[in-house]
Design a protein around this ligand. Structure first.
Ligand code: NAI
Length: 340
């Protein structure tokens, strides 16, 4: 059996707990993955390293894939987000977050099956902030034609490969005429010139948010600039059961880093109650990515077995507290492993 090396970053907060549970589940299906452990964020700082050590970046560059736990970012002060740095430095420009209903997790809506694609490298995440006067600070929203075109083309290609029918862009180009205007123009152009068979819609984001809480099943793929993608991902997560059930992937042309949408959840860290499912689902995305890019069907088999097992566990009422159940992190992993 081929072995694939993948970087594992446990992160901090609930990161080490959910990562350990996921690692144990993957080991139980004899997944052909050898983990190469590296640090980032507070875990790296605590060992005297940089917040994003060069070795961690080099390892992801070398092995091409990583599974990452969440990393805390200090609010209003302190170091720049490790997550943002990682995405920018490795040019992981496309964040993909599939949001679906899960059987056994009752929510307000049925039939939600939307893929959020978030531009991951620019917008208000440029990190360019200045003190303008004693009274005024400024944050710069950056849009480049190359990055807007790149994410639009990637999204339409992704839609075609996944046999998805419709892409909707949420924007605020009525106010941010230049930045969001450029994002829209690029998406429109790629649609018209390269992918006219995919349906394409533009919705102003405030109205879009209202539409999606009224009926999230109307959206197939949502294409969003960085900050809108961040906010709408959590909003959508809330419609299908919360942050414990939404996985994610950050793709570039050379590397891919898989991580849940949720953060380090300091309010429940260390209690053994965090839901490891979102990271487990991200690991399933990683295995499918390995199957696709390295032509290794054993990765697909492992992914299918894990997915089948967590679906059965949820159907049997085996759930963590965030989903209304009474299992802790490890007990949920046990329930999945029993059903593999
Ligand atoms: P958060 O996602 O960590 O938590 C929001 C709420 O959801 C909390 O009540 C938390 O307990 C709950 N929650 C999150 N994940 C859960 C899980 N797996 N199981 C059960 N409950 C879960 O968001 P918050 O509080 O805004 O951010 C905390 C820290 O995480 C911040 O420092 C932030 O910058 C960082 N963060 C890191 C991300 C990453 O590493 N990719 C992504 C988002 C936030």
């Amino acid at each position: 059996m081929a072995t694939h090396q993948a970087v594992l970053i446990a992160g901090d907060g609930i990161g080490p707990e959910v990562t350990a549970a996921v690692r144990r589940t993957l080991a139980a299906v004899e997944t052909p993955v050898e983990w190469i452990e590296h640090r980032a964020g507070i875990a790296a700082l605590e060992t005297g390293d940089d917040v994003l050590p060069d070795e961690t970046l080099e390892a992801i560059g070398r092995y091409g894939v990583a599974l990452k736990g969440p990393c805390t970012t200090p609010v209003g002060e302190g170091f720049t987000s490790v997550n943002v740095q990682l995405r920018k430095r490795l040019k992981l420009y496309a964040a993909v977050r599939p949001v679906r209903n899960l059987e056994g997790v009752p929510t307000r809506f049925d039939g939600v099956d939307t893929i959020i694609i978030r531009e991951n490298t620019e917008g208000l995440y440029s990190g360019i902030e200045n003190q303008i006067t004693d009274d005024a600070v400024m944050s710069m929203k950056v849009a480049t034609e190359s990055a807007c075109e790149r994410i639009a083309r990637w999204s339409f290609r992704f839609a075609t490969r996944r046999q998805r029918k419709k892409i909707t862009v949420f924007h605020k180009a009525n106010i941010m005429k230049m930045t969001d205007g450029l994002f829209l123009r690029c998406a429109r152009q790629i649609h018209q010139q390269e992918y006219p068979n995919i349906e394409y819609r533009e919705v102003i984001i405030d109205a879009g948010c209202m539409k999606l809480v009224q009926d999230p099943t109307q959206f197939d793929i949502l294409l969003l600039e960085n900050l809108y993608g961040d906010v709408v991902s959590d909003l959508y997560a809330g419609l299908v059961g919360g942050l414990g059930v939404v996985p994610g992937a950050n793709y570039g042309d050379e590397q891919a880093v898989f991580e849940a949408v949720h953060g380090s959840a300091p309010d429940i860290a260390g209690k053994g109650i965090a839901n490891p499912l979102a990271l487990l689902m991200s690991a399933v995305m990683m295995l499918n990515h390995l199957a696709d890019t390295r032509n290794d069907e054993s990765c697909r088999t492992a992914a299918d077995r894990i997915k089948g097992a967590y679906d059965r566990a949820l159907k049997d009422g085996k759930k963590t507290g965030d989903l209304g159940g009474d299992l802790g992190t490890e007990a949920f992993a046990d329930a999945v492993i029993e059903r593999l």
